[in-house]
Design a binder for this molecule. Structure first.
Ligand SMILES: *Cc1c(COP(=O)(O)O)cnc(C)c1O
Length: 428
């Protein structure tokens, strides 16, 4: 039996209606920006496997560091013990985090990083004698698939069956130059009417919301208002973290720094799952007490797994390297050139509704009506795969978040595939 047939016997894939979708392509190997199937075909990983493998697949340096760690210490309970990989990682991370961040708390994935953040914020107020249970979040936000994270997410396609069981969330629009005053007024009245614990947001780019981008100056105004009202601000940098915006973190673009930050995805260089929730001294101090009950009672079995910490530490070393930093600049410039180029194409106006870029993140909306996971979307996905390019359109939005190690000619292949798609759309 082929891998495709064996897959069907027992496996249940995420985000999949199995009655409608039949086959999954087995990938047997990956290196750098390339994925390989059983038949030796290669595909350029244009989204770095959901923004995880930013230093390239099976990166030799990360591989060496992880292998070394595996032979030394594999796993140890982090309640009661500590170890060098976690200590070194905390030191390296604090160095690049916003200045006000002092403490790092481990968990397993982006959803749990946000879950931890929400619990931290609620207990921060609780420990100071205030009952605050309302969370403020953006419309069309995505923060993950656990209950707290789902509650904060505004993309209802995913969450319908569970909506009755969510924690209380009040939603504000993502700001822009036209609505910012309205948003600030609305925020003020939410703060007056509800016991708000925290404001959670994806800074500058809402990944799952078709790479919607918004301006730092408006987010800064919202954060300033949160600060004034002593509302804990939580930056979900699970997608935007570690260089994708052109700075280490999207939060580096704002004057007002978050109280809590959530990190995952490329944190571990795409090797193993892990997440980190960081916070300020102010947040941490609210948990210090003679009373055990004021401690933060949240733990996952694999908290601060040494192998994951070693992968993360290697990733940070790479991120700081001149090689990766210059590659990031190369990709940013290449995206800009591509954007200029397609805007000059005769088919541009009839096929493209809008395009946008922040750092290595580039997105383009097609001028067609379609559903997020409809048939047309599958056709576009297949079109790119036939051209040896792996992109996962979000509805009518095509986006690129390439690994930093992608080569200039591989980027060109992605751009060429997009132009081919536009050309074929203009004929259709
Ligand atoms: C992917 C993502 C999450 C969820 O992370 P998981 O590891 O899939 O649980 C949360 N927030 C943002 C912004 C994300 O991109």
């Amino acid at each position: 039996m082929s891998l495709i047939e064996r897959d069907k016997k027992h496996l249940w894939h995420p985000l999949t209606q199995h009655q409608l979708q039949a086959d999954f392509l087995p990938i047997i190997k990956a290196k750098g920006a390339l994925l390989y199937d059983e038949n030796g075909n290669s595909y350029i990983d244009g989204i770095a496997s959901w923004y995880t493998s930013m230093y390239g697949h099976c990166n030799d340096y990360v591989l060496a560091k992880v292998t070394e760690q595996m032979q030394q210490l594999d796993q140890i309970v982090f309640a009661g013990f500590t170890h060098q990989p976690a200590i070194k990682l905390s030191e390296a991370l604090i160095e690049i985090l916003p200045d006000n961040h002092q403490k790092i708390f481990f968990s397993d994935n982006g959803s749990t990083a946000n879950e931890v953040a929400l619990k931290m914020a609620i207990q921060y107020h609780h420990n100071r004698g205030h009952k605050r249970q309302t969370i403020v979040a953006f419309e069309n936000a995505f923060h993950g698939d656990t209950f707290g994270a789902m509650s904060a997410s505004g993309l209802s396609v995913y969450n319908g069956p569970f909506a009755d069981y969510f924690i209380e969330v009040k939603r504000i629009a993502v700001p822009n130059k036209d609505n910012i005053n309205e948003v600030l007024t609305q925020l003020k009245s939410i703060f007056a009417d509800y016991q708000v614990a925290a404001f959670i947001y994806e800074p500058l780019v809402q990944g799952a919301n078709a790479m919607h981008m918004y301006e730092a100056q408006y987010l800064d105004m919202i954060l300033a208002q949160c600060k004034q009202a002593n509302i804990i601000s939580i930056a979900d940098e699970v997608m935007t973290g570690f260089g994708k915006t052109g700075k280490n973190f999207a939060s580096d673009f704002m004057q007002n720094k978050p109280d809590i930050m959530c990190l995952s995805k490329s944190l571990t260089a795409g090797f193993v799952p892990m997440a980190i929730t960081t916070c300020t001294k102010k947040v941490y101090q609210a948990f210090l007490s003679d009373s055990v009950a004021k401690a933060f009672f949240h733990a996952h079995t694999y908290t601060a797994n040494p192998i994951a910490c070693a992968a993360a530490l290697a990733g940070l070393t790479l991120l700081k390297s001149t090689e990766i930093q210059s590659n990031i600049c190369m990709i940013i410039a290449a995206h800009q050139d591509f954007d200029k180029k397609i805007k000059q194409l005769p088919i541009y106006n009839s096929t493209v509704a809008a395009s946008r870029q922040l750092g290595v993140i580039y997105a383009l909306d097609l001028k067609i009506k379609m559903q997020r996971y409809g048939q047309k979307r599958s056709q576009i996905y297949d079109f790119f795969m036939r051209k040896g390019v792996c992109l996962r359109p979000l509805g009518k939005t095509i986006y690129i978040v390439p690994p930093y190690v992608i080569k200039a000619d591989e980027l060109k292949q992605i751009y060429a595939a997009i132009i081919d798609l536009l050309t074929s759309n203009s004929k259709a």
